[in-house]
Design a protein around this ligand. Structure first.
Ligand SMILES: NC(=O)c1ccc[n+]([C@@H]2O[C@H](COP(=O)([O-])OP(=O)(O)OC[C@H]3O[C@@H](n4cnc5c(N)ncnc54)[C@H](O)[C@@H]3O)[C@@H](O)[C@H]2O)c1
Length: 378
């Protein structure tokens, strides 16, 4: 069995999840990590043999098969380009980068070099979302006419909450949309097989100014400081986005993306309306799927080998009753991407660089729609 040599770039919140999850695959060695801050301490804590503060040095010296890009969005493009120019496959966190032009260049580079580029839209890999995709494909819900939901969080509610994500320079020109809306839109399109063809968006920002800590804080940190340890900054990205959608089959949709709804740490909801049945998935009970019936009782399907669509079974690692959640979805996303690297001719479920480009286009069009306050075609 080939053992892949992986290097992780960025070891904040999500980089550490990548390291932990990759170790569960069995065919990936995390041989090195890079972080601008505390690389040595993180490598010791996570037992990674080599560490760097400059990703170029890691790529130049570590004979890697893959890099995982887990840094702020505005660094993804240059890191992915450098890796692919050195013949290395790329697993990139979402959003793929910060502009459509960068995303197009990354798609072209992966094709030119014959490399795999994967985007970690991991919500596809909750077994019940894959099951939903398969039963929709089989026609169980009938034709789909509505796709609605939300992705809400609360970690940026207070004006003392701060992250690189708040600045359009680091995040890209949308924040709630690119950071969490991209997950919802990828999931909605993946399970229904329909593409978003037009958007109509309205944004709001509840804190036009925030208090930025003078020292760096990790994403999702609830650390607070005394008044003198903050500096005021203007905020140029949205806290809330309300978006209407038109889908390729004529279905209509809507979603609310927010990072300031108290009590919602990570709350994703997807509701699908079909001519025969409806379906609803909720991240807070991710091992369940509710099927709505008009003339009979509603059904709640629990994740299990016997309860899911036969094509979903490979995504289930543990028996009925053992929950599989966020890190398990990451594991399945990475397993799919590494299988693609091993056999480029197969067909896989993960999001590709092409999907990453599509999401970048959606984010940009949503941004333009909010500016224009009207419908924008994709
Ligand atoms: N798939 C998901 O569910 C998910 C969840 C969270 C974050 N993300 C994505 O992961 C990325 C990172 O987010 P995060 O929450 O981990 O952020 P974070 O701020 O917690 O961590 C980012 C890390 O990158 C390091 N870094 C910054 N620039 C660097 C560079 N040039 N070279 C090396 N290291 C650098 C920082 O020091 C920090 O440790 C973002 O693109 C985000 O959208 C995805």
């Amino acid at each position: 069995m080939k053992i892949y040599r992986a290097g992780i770039i960025g070891t904040g919140f999500i980089g550490a999840v990548h390291i932990e999850t990759l170790r569960r695959l069995g065919n990936v060695d995390v041989v090195a990590l890079t972080d601008k801050c505390n690389a040595k301490e993180t490598a010791e804590k996570l037992n990674v043999p080599f560490f760097f503060s400059d990703y170029k040095k890691m790529i130049d010296t570590m004979d890697l098969d893959t890099v995982h890009i887990c840094t702020p969005n505005n660094t993804h493009y240059e890191i992915a380009m450098y890796a692919m120019d050195h013949g290395i496959n790329v697993i990139c966190e979402k959003p793929m980068c910060t502009t459509i032009e960068e995303a197009k260049a990354l798609v072209a580079k992966a094709a030119e070099k014959g490399l795999v580029g994967g985007i970690n839209f991991h919500n596809r890999f909750y077994p019940m979302n894959n099951h939903l995709k398969n039963i929709i494909q089989d026609g169980e819900l009938g034709s789909i006419f509505s796709i609605t939901g939300n992705y809400t969080q609360d970690w940026l509610l207070f004006d003392t909450d701060y992250s690189w994500r708040l600045s359009s320079k680091e995040s890209g020109n949308t924040r709630a949309v690119a950071d969490i809306g991209s997950h919802w839109m990828d999931l909605a399109e993946y399970v229904t097989g329909q593409k978003i063809v037009a958007v109509n968006a309205d944004f709001s920002t509840i804190h036009a100014k925030r208090k930025k800590p003078k020292k760096t804080v990790l994403a999702f940190s609830k650390e607070t400081f005394s008044e003198k340890d903050y500096e005021p900054v203007d905020i140029d990205t949205e806290d809330n986005a309300n978006v209407l959608f038109k889908f390729s089959n004529g279905a209509i949709g809507s979603a609310f993306f927010s990072q300031v709804i108290a009590g919602k740490s990570v709350d994703i909801n997807l509701q699908i309306g079909g001519y025969k049945k409806s379906a609803e998935w909720h991240s807070m009970s991710c091992n369940q799927l509710t099927i709505g019936n008009r003339d009979s009782y509603n059904e709640t399907i629990e994740k299990g080998i016997a309860t899911v669509h036969p094509d979903t079974r490979p995504l289930i690692a543990y028996p009925f009753g053992h929950a599989e959640g966020f890190p398990d979805a990451f594991k399945q996303s990475f397993r799919s991407i590494y299988s693609h690297i091993a056999d480029p001719s197969g067909s896989y479920e993960h999001a590709t660089f092409e999907d990453g480009l599509h999401e970048m286009i959606l984010c940009q069009k949503i941004f333009e729609s909010n500016q224009k306050q009207g419908w924008v075609g994709i």
